[in-house]
Design a binder for this molecule. Structure first.
Ligand SMILES: NC(=O)C1=CN([C@@H]2O[C@H](COP(=O)(O)OP(=O)(O)OC[C@H]3O[C@@H](n4cnc5c(N)ncnc54)[C@H](O)[C@@H]3O)[C@@H](O)[C@H]2O)C=CC1
Ligand SMILES: O=C(O)C(=O)COP(=O)(O)O
Length: 320
């Protein structure tokens, strides 16, 4: 049967995904690093494989071409495919599959973790208490605030459901208005500018496209409330980090919570990391036991389907 390369660290460590592949008779080859593999490494390891399950590794034209003689499918154990050249894959006849919905709840819960951490300064207060400093930081409630949601796909909508339970009202923006939200009390679709201008908290849930890349920049930050807090669990490329740093330093906005960066891992000298009003996590939004299990099995099932000649359930869209 087929040889399946796994470069996604969480999938490599997951027994269920591996069992799904092995039960179908496939040989599993794992190759994981400390972070995503660059193009050169991927080119070497993909050669001779029938399938690959990848994390945020580079899956460029050169990588796909190196694998193409045998490679039939590359499965992402997640949603974002900005590091996968889907156009080259289509040309070479390699299926690209995603795991939509599998990590939605986990990312959504981290969004609230970051929002509450910033609103109540939880990490800073925790550190002070440990140092013997018994001094309360004046926080703010989520209740009664406006949450701006940029992108009302799976994660955006999950965030909206929970934000309503917190008593927040929602201003949402998406290129496609979701029918579930258009007649929901407390949820209003508006244009992107209005969402950024009027929201107390803004949370980003869109892919990186020419339209969304650096959508948070000096110009848009200047329209935001000085009390505004931005949460970015989507992709670092949505934000111009230098402009954001300037806005956080000059009081143009109040805080930033990020799970994703334009370069991962970020340089330790990245000035954002020195700001007290910034809270960060290491692209860990999808990294829960439940999400890893769902994503691993979903990716493995897609590989099994394609290697048995069936079409994938969740192919990545290919731009026209
Ligand atoms: N931190 C993490 O570990 C994770 C990060 N992500 C990121 O979160 C993002 C959202 O994930 P999901 O909600 O699962 O994806 P999704 O595909 O369900 O939703 C994306 C939404 O963005 C909208 N959209 C696309 N282009 C747009 C534009 N130019 N302007 C406004 N809206 C636009 C789409 O219409 C869609 O509703 C992903 O793109 C991914 O990069 C996803 C999962 C885990
Ligand atoms: O699903 C996504 O887009 C993510 O960012 C999660 O990435 P991961 O699958 O955990 O490497």
């Amino acid at each position: 049967m087929g040889r399946v390369l796994i470069t996604a660290r969480s999938v490599a460590a997951n027994a269920e995904g591996r069992a799904t592949l092995e039960a179908a008779g496939h040989e599993v080859v794992t190759h994981v690093g400390d972070g995503p593999w660059p193009e050169d490494e991927m080119r070497k390891v993909v050669a001779g494989m029938d399938a690959a399950i990848v994390g945020l590794d580079a899956v460029s034209d050169a990588v796909l071409s190196a694998g193409a003689p045998t490679l039939k499918v590359v499965a992402r154990n997640g949603v974002g495919y900005n590091r996968v050249d889907v156009v080259a894959a289509a040309r070479l006849g390699v299926a690209i599959t995603l795991a939509p919905g599998a990590n939605t709840v986990s990312v959504c819960e981290l969004v609230f973790g970051l929002m509450l951490s910033l609103a109540r300064q939880i990490p800073a207060q925790d550190m002070e208490v440990r140092k013997g400093v018994w001094k309360r930081a004046l926080g703010c409630e989520l209740y009664g605030k406006t949450l701006g949601v940029i992108g009302t796909g799976n994660i955006g909508r999950e965030v909206i459901r929970r934000a309503r339970a917190f008593g927040m009202s929602i201003l949402a923006f998406d290129v496609v208005q979701h029918p579930e939200l258009t007649d929901r009390p407390g949820v209003v679709y508006a244009d992107r500018r209005k969402v950024l201008t009027e929201a107390d908290f803004v949370t980003l849930h869109v892919p990186v496209t020419p339209d969304t890349r650096e959508m948070v920049n000096a110009e848009t930050l200047a329209t935001m409330k000085p009390s505004a807090i931005i949460i970015n669990t989507a992709r670092g490329e949505l934000v111009n980090e230098a402009d954001l740093h300037h806005a956080l330093t000059t009081g143009q906005i109040a805080g930033y919570g990020a799970d994703t960066f334009s370069t991962e891992p970020p340089d330790v000298a990245n000035p954002l990391l020195a700001r007290p009003n910034v809270i960060v996590t290491p692209h860990a939004g999808a990294y829960t036991a439940e999400s890893v299990s769902r994503c691993s099995v979903m990716a493995a099932e897609e590989v099994v389907r394609v290697l048995s000649g069936r079409p994938p359930r969740c192919p990545a869209p290919v731009p026209a």
